[in-house]
Design a protein around this ligand. Structure first.
Ligand SMILES: Cc1cc2nc3c(=O)[nH]c(=O)nc-3n(C[C@H](O)[C@H](O)[C@H](O)COP(=O)(O)OP(=O)(O)OC[C@H]3O[C@@H](n4cnc5c(N)ncnc54)[C@H](O)[C@@H]3O)c2cc1C
Ligand SMILES: *[C@@H]1O[C@H](CO)[C@@H](O)[C@H](O)[C@H]1NC(C)=O
Ligand SMILES: *[C@@H]1O[C@H](CO)[C@@H](O)[C@H](O)[C@H]1NC(C)=O
Ligand SMILES: *[C@@H]1O[C@H](CO)[C@@H](O)[C@H](O)[C@H]1NC(C)=O
Ligand SMILES: *[C@@H]1O[C@H](CO)[C@@H](O)[C@H](O)[C@H]1NC(C)=O
Ligand SMILES: *[C@@H]1O[C@H](CO)[C@@H](O)[C@H](O)[C@H]1NC(C)=O
Ligand SMILES: *[C@@H]1O[C@H](CO)[C@@H](O)[C@H](O)[C@H]1NC(C)=O
Ligand SMILES: *[C@@H]1O[C@H](CO)[C@@H](O)[C@H](O)[C@H]1NC(C)=O
Ligand SMILES: *[C@@H]1O[C@H](CO)[C@@H](O)[C@H](O)[C@H]1NC(C)=O
Length: 532
């Protein structure tokens, strides 16, 4: 098509949208009626069903949107939001959505990098938000816990710490992340070198399948139980709760942050780090945050800062000789180190200082007023010093507001577990993962395009330095640039482009499990596991 008459186009668009609106309104009514029939004796049910007519609809929708990219007037909005109080409410929502052709979204913590827990580009859709499913039961006798999907990892850490000073759990760093999505996609954190990811420490789960059945490990079978531990949320059913194995933490842990700019040998240090990060004592997790800063020693000139942020599961007296032996170049001294309890280290890494522990119970996050785009990579070979210098050059560019990348060490327990044990395939051979995060506050299309273009270019630039064929990625850092499912019809070849990046050789088994448990592809989104 060469030219389009703008008038014709606008007539066409309004015609199309009025048709789809009429259809939507129809589906909408039938859907609501269906819900009320499904749970007839529940007075409370109507009080947790929100449509755009309810004044609290917007606040319920927005309360867990963590990214301004998905809070624009153009972002597709759900026809209905359900915040279930009981399992029967979820069963009803699944049944009625299936019956009336509504697309279905389930949201736990709302951190999805592409907003897929509350945005559907196939309309109309309903969101089931699990905000009332937050209960956590800790069994200190057996070192286990049941945690409902709508709880956050901050709430989980808090509850564990209230019961025991020597128990913890291995999962992510940001306390507002929801366990529903997080454990479904893996769950990497500061104790992963010692204990693996969250999904490595799950031994039972409760899930509602496409037929509304409530299943546990025994009744769902080992294939489905395998798939939900790392295969990504939203493809197989609605997770209600996880049964997890708590891990041992010492009474005293040590944390430190050591900042070094380019002028302080940052390049050499990052380079050297790549040779020890995955090999040191697995009680030590040493991450690097790389940022652009204004140098304090170079008249405020722009430079790059490598910030070495670490958790050691032990006291400072054990840590110092260990660092002296494995990474003396960093020059760590006692004054850099802080001893504290494990739960205090959770606050430290979350960026709190001095707040009471119960800030961990807060589900609101400060991210909600920024635009964000993230991506990921894995490194299996160290990047040369020269390579690092090239990367800094590319990165120091002033065109974007706030860009940061994080190198997170692998090795330890992570490489002892086989690649096929659960769908998370990034195991032996991985030195570290790379997280790219771009944040901006400037509104408008120009800023949007500039930032999105920049991060995509930077990602292409990084290709020679990271895993190849496939260039792997972490499903919890979802990135629709890697490819999306077609409406209703996705071939294996098409989906395997992103599927192999996220899941490696496990992708094929995931599609087989999906075909077995949800042959009608009801649980679908732009990057859900396709049916064969
Ligand atoms: C600020 C921030 C920090 C992060 N830090 C880390 C980190 O340290 N380590 C790490 O590994 N990851 C981290 N992540 C990524 C995070 O693990 C993923 O975004 C994860 O999927 C979020 O889960 P959620 O429940 O909060 O998100 P949601 O957006 O609610 O869900 C994510 C996906 O899972 C699906 N889903 C949600 N709940 C369920 C359910 N009950 N049953 C089935 N499917 C469900 C959703 O539909 C969606 O597709 C971080 C993300 C952010 C934004
Ligand atoms: C939304 O409005 C409907 C109709 O007025 C009402 O029945 C329902 O209880 C309202 N929902 C909430 C959550 O208040
Ligand atoms: C602990 O585990 C044992 C053995 O599995 C079980 O019999 C017991 O009931 C559990 N204890 C609690 C408090 O659940
Ligand atoms: C390291 O630098 C960051 C800014 O990038 C700053 O917030 C932090 O306080 C610094 N930490 C130390 C220990 O110097
Ligand atoms: C940087 O490294 C050189 C030699 O490797 C050393 O002499 C110098 O003290 C280091 N500078 C800093 C700030 O650590
Ligand atoms: C980690 O610390 C524990 C407890 O202090 C110790 O038993 C263990 O040997 C350490 N791990 C390694 C690999 O040294
Ligand atoms: C660095 O300096 C520039 C120009 O003075 C300023 O606009 C910017 O906000 C500063 N950045 C940081 C991180 O302080
Ligand atoms: C929860 O966190 C948000 C964002 O950081 C903050 O604005 C709010 O005050 C916090 N609420 C409580 C009760 O701590
Ligand atoms: C799905 O895609 C395949 C291959 O592109 C095509 O042959 C088939 O007709 C499509 N099916 C539907 C229902 O669109």
């Amino acid at each position: 098509m060469k030219t389009i008459n703008p008038l014709l186009l606008s007539i066409l668009i309004s015609l199309l949208s009025s048709i789809s609106w009429a259809t939507s309104a129809h589906i909408h009514e039938n859907f609501l009626q269906c819900l009320s029939h499904q749970v007839p004796n529940s007075d409370s049910f109507s009080e947790v069903i929100y449509t755009p007519h309810n004044s609290s609809y917007a606040s319920v929708l927005q309360s867990f949107i963590r990214n301004l990219r998905f809070a624009t007037p153009f972002t597709p909005k759900p026809l209905v939001i359900v915040t279930p109080l009981q399992e029967a409410h979820i069963q009803a929502a699944i049944y009625c959505a299936k019956k009336h052709g509504m697309n279905f979204r389930v949201r736990s913590g709302g951190h999805d990098y592409e907003g897929l827990s509350y945005v559907s580009y196939e309309v109309p859709f309903v969101i089931v938000d699990l905000l009332h499913f937050q209960s956590i039961t800790i069994d200190v006798e057996n070192n286990t816990a049941w945690v409902q999907a709508g709880a956050t990892i901050g709430q989980l850490y808090y509850r564990i710490a209230k019961k025991s000073k020597t128990l913890g759990f291995s999962a992510g760093i940001c306390p507002t992340v929801g366990v529903g999505g997080h454990f479904s996609g893996g769950g990497y954190g500061t104790m992963s070198r010692k204990y693996g990811i969250a999904a490595d420490n799950i031994f039972d789960a409760r899930l509602i399948d496409v037929n509304g059945r409530i299943l546990d490990r025994k009744s769902m079978g080992e294939d489905l139980f395998w798939a939900i531990r790392g295969g990504g949320g939203a493809s197989f059913g609605v997770i209600l709760a996880w049964h997890i194995k708590l891990v041992h933490v010492p009474q005293i842990v040590t944390v430190f942050t050591v900042n070094r700019t380019l002028e302080q040998n940052a390049t050499k240090l990052v380079h050297r780090w790549q040779y020890i990060a995955d090999k040191v004592d697995d009680n030590l997790s040493l991450r690097i945050f790389i940022r652009r800063v204004n140098s304090s020693t170079q008249d405020g000139r722009r430079t790059i800062q490598a910030s070495f942020v670490s958790l050691f599961l032990g006291g400072v007296d054990t840590l110092l000789p260990l660092m002296q032996e494995s990474f003396p170049e960093l020059g760590l001294v006692r004054e850099d180190c802080l001893e504290m309890s494990w739960i205090e280290s959770i606050l430290y890494f979350a960026g709190f200082s001095g707040e009471p522990l119960d800030v961990l119970l807060n589900k609101t996050s400060s991210l909600s007023d920024q635009y964000f785009k993230g991506k990921s990579d894995y490194a299996v070979e160290p990047i040369s010093e020269d390579g690092l210098k090239q990367i800094w050059k590319e990165f120091i560019s002033p065109q974007v507001e706030r860009f940061e990348f994080i190198f997170s060490p692998f090795g330890g327990r992570l490489s002892e577990i086989s690649e096929t044990e659960i769908p998370f395939p990034h195991r032996s051979g991985t030195i570290y993962s790379i997280h790219y995060g771009l944040l901006w506050t400037e509104k408008g299309t120009n800023a949007f395009n500039r930032h999105m273009t920049w991060i995509r270019r930077f990602y292409s630039f990084m290709a020679p330095y990271v895993t190849k064929s496939p260039r792997s990625a972490y499903v919890n850092y979802r990135d629709l640039d890697l490819g999306v499912n077609n409406k209703g019809n996705t071939s294996y070849a098409q989906a395997s482009v992103w599927g192999l990046k996220y899941f490696g050789i496990n992708f094929e088994r995931l599609t087989r499990v999906k075909t077995m448990v949800d042959p009608g592809n009801f649980f679908k989104n732009e990057q859900s596991i396709p049916i064969l």
